[in-house]
Design a binder for this molecule. Structure first.
Ligand code: ADP
Ligand code: MG
Length: 706
């Protein structure tokens, strides 16, 4: 990122700033390899948690071995032989009086072969499995015990770390042991003891010691699943660090300056009022409320950072347009950014339709624009002749200079993380002043999650749909009854309605998805020769998509067969029927988003969820939830209950912070406490805030330093 604000003076660090090379045995070569595991510092080594554990603390009688067990056993070699069964291998039969075990070596030296002789006693560690002649271990670790006194068994469970080529378990173990020995007592505890006691979590030092060297009988399944207090302790602090970092960022934004976009005439923005008066509908109470919040933000001399959540169809676009008008009335420009060309085009049409009659100049700028048209748009944006620019990410690419940008509206950017938000704000800054930022999303996410992930933002909710919307009637129908569904399409189209037929991604391949959609469109056309059908998909060129969407919007296409490209934002109120194929494979929130494309007009709307039986219990619950409710927040709540936040937020990488240890999917129950503890620290232990953030977020991720 171009700019480093260095909001915070950074003090000298602890193990987070010591390179791995301070550990014995780590030279530049190994350090290079460790980077592949994300291990740069001693602290990274400490935070590199084992995947699982081996129990080498006790000897197991061979007779007690079961397939799949990893264990230490001891015994005497009864028989050693090189056999050729498909492959040359050395087989030893070992017995301890309680049972027998075969050892199988595919690779062995002559010396090994000579040593592994009948009558020798050895201690073994390996995984027992079923072999051709009973239990066997393939390439076990072994040590002779008939000479000198054998090594003591391990005191603690043995960690198995995520490894990479060229870095052995053994060296990872040694490094972790060394890091614990030398640096554990230098790790500072930043969480107040009463807080830990109340949460019933161990100290950081105790937690690290336990995860790397758990004493025998530690419930290792809990460790591996991240449910053990030691892991929770680490996850908690990491979540806390992210949260604090966002809070700090927010505090920092509050200190930056932004143009005051207030009304010159006592609480009246004439253009805004004109537009409101010209609308064919009345704003809902929720829209008015959110607009008032936005106006209050815009009137302040600090950049607004507001997220507006509103269910699909709740009317976010007009709110964005009204906010943009406030900027324009104050002599500033506004930029409206949409995630796809399709949506950008739709916004351009809407904004132009609403605003041009008021004398406001609206230009479009997206990736498809080039040559003269692009130059022209750039010139208008740069000279300030354009009041409002509507487009895709292209709006903020190299070469685009705004004359005086006062407001950025970001619509439906689910993949928009805190870095992108900040980068955009920097990009649009006027000297030391930052533009206001309004982010709009139809993905309702539960409150606790929103408060954590968007702790740098203020959140408004449009929790009311425009009046007259009838809930979409939703049914689930097995795919065997497809013919009935096709008939319903014919009936709907015959009375002048329009319909969507959605073929979502089933295979992990866009090509296959496309094939399915193409075949479906063909089959439907054969079944419905009198209906005007078109296909739209993600691979099409933007102008082609645009043409189809315009034709559909005009009503000249009656049935639109689509891949999931129509998921966000598309608004065609006359479409009142939607068929979603393979609905059982889609997530609840995604189905809800898709369904939100209908039920936008005054006609009764229907959504048919076609599924392939048999339904899993989960799929059944999802389809039931959709039938029962059309409230996005309720859907999000149920989705969270059923599948956890990862699904609700889309994929894990979608603008989400990357955690070392925490996992929102697993740990979201910690979030309310994380927020409380963050408040407490900011209030009562402000000096511990920076060290905690620094410990968990390395340079690039430190939001306060973007
Ligand atoms: P979303 O919140 O999903 O972006 P849109 O802004 O696309 O929703 O609005 C959906 C439809 O509702 C549009 O056709 C829009 O013109 C219309 N609309 C918005 N606000 C109202 C309202 N208060 N009353 C009636 N219709 C409205
Ligand atoms: Mg929208």
């Amino acid at each position: 990122m171009a700019m480093r604000l260095n909001v915070l003076a950074s003090g000298e660090g602890g193990s987070e700033s010591l390179p791995v090379t301070v550990l014995n045995g780590v030279g530049p070569k190994l350090a290079e390899k460790l980077k592949r595991l994300g291990l740069y510092t001693v602290q990274d080594v400490l935070f590199h948690l084992p995947l699982r554990y081996q129990d080498r603390t006790r000897l197991l009688p061979i007779g007690g071995l079961r397939p799949g067990m990893e264990a230490v056993v001891e015994g005497e070699i009864e028989l050693a032989d090189v056999v050729f069964r498909g492959r040359r291998s050395l087989i030893c039969r070992v017995s301890d009086g309680t049972g027998r075990l075969h050892l199988r070596f595919f690779y062995f030296s002559a010396a090994q072969q000579a040593n592994l002789a009948r009558g020798r006693r050895l201690r073994l560690f390996g995984e027992a499995r079923f072999g051709p002649a009973g239990l066997e271990m393939i390439h076990p670790e072994y040590e002779f015990t008939d000479g000198a006194a054998p090594a003591k068994p391990e005191e603690n469970l043995t960690p198995v770390y995520p490894a990479t080529t060229g870095v052995h378990q053994l060296s990872l173990r040694k490094l972790a042991r060394q890091a614990l020995e030398k640096y554990l007592d230098k790790i500072e505890e930043w969480l107040p003891l009463p807080v830990l006691q109340e949460l019933q979590l161990p100290t950081l030092t105790e937690a690290l010691a336990l995860v790397h060297q758990p004493p025998p009988h530690t419930p290792v399944e809990l460790l591996a699943e991240g449910k053990h207090p030691a892991v929770l302790r680490l996850a908690f602090e990491e979540l806390l660090a992210h949260h604090l970092s966002l809070k700090r960022l927010r505090a920092h934004s509050q200190q930056q300056s932004a143009p005051r976009l207030a009304s010159a005439h006592a609480n009246d923005n004439p253009l805004m009022s004109q537009l409101i008066a010209a609308l064919p509908f009345k704003l809902t109470g929720a829209q008015q409320g959110v607009l008032a919040e936005i106006r209050a933000d815009l009137a302040r001399a600090h950049p607004m950072q507001r997220l507006v959540q509103g269910d699909v169809g709740s009317g976010k676009t007009i709110v964005a347009a009204l906010a943009a008008l406030v900027a324009v009335e104050n002599g500033y420009q506004a930029a409206i950014m949409a995630p796809t060309e399709l949506l950008a085009d739709q916004h351009l049409r809407n904004f132009s339709g609403w605003l041009e009659p008021l004398g406001v100049v609206v230009v479009g700028l997206s990736g498809k624009l080039n040559g003269r048209a692009r130059q022209d748009a750039l010139e208008k944006i740069g000279s300030g002749r354009a009041d409002i620019a509507v487009g895709t990410q292209a709006l903020f690419q190299e070469g685009v200079e705004f004359a005086e940008l006062g407001l950025i509206v970001v619509d439906e950017q689910h993949r928009f993380g805190v870095h992108q938000r900040l980068a955009l704000r920097e990009k649009g800054s006027l000297g030391s002043r930052r533009p206001h930022q309004l982010i709009m999303t139809a993905k309702p996410i539960p409150r606790t999650l929103a408060q954590s992930l968007y702790a740098d933002l203020d959140v408004s909710v449009i929790d009311e749909l425009p009046p007259g919307r009838k809930p979409v009637e939703t049914v689930a129908i097995p795919s065997a009854r497809r013919a009935d569904v096709v008939r319903r399409i014919r009936d709907a189209c015959t009375v002048g309605r329009q319909a969507y037929w959605v073929c979502p991604l089933i295979e992990e391949s866009e090509t296959l998805e496309l094939e399915t959609a193409t075949d479906t469109a063909q089959a439907l056309q054969e079944a419905l020769p009198e209906i005007r059908i078109a296909l739209i998909h993600g691979r099409m060129k933007p102008p082609e998509k645009e043409k189809i969407m315009t034709t559909f919007k005009r009503g000249d296409i009656q049935l639109l067969v689509a891949t999931t490209v129509i998921e966000v934002g598309v608004d065609v109120p006359n479409a009142s029927l939607m068929v979603i194929e393979n609905a059982e494979r889609l997530g609840l929130s995604q189905l809800h988003q898709l369904r939100g494309r209908i039920g936008r007009g005054d006609a009764e709307s229907h959504c048919v969820l076609l599924y392939q039986p048999p339904l899993s219990e989960m799929a059944r619950a999802r389809l039931a939830a959709l039938r029962e409710t059309s409230d996005g927040f309720e859907i999000a709540r149920r989705d969270l209950e059923m599948r956890g936040p990862g699904e609700i937020l889309g994929t894990r990488q979608a603008g989400m912070p990357q955690f070392h240890i925490a996992d929102l999917l697993r740990d979201h129950a910690l979030l309310p406490r994380v927020q409380q503890v963050a408040e407490l620290l900011l209030r009562e232990h402000p000096r511990s805030v920076n060290p905690i953030v620094r410990r968990w977020l390395s340079g690039a991720e430190t939001y306060g330093n973007v």
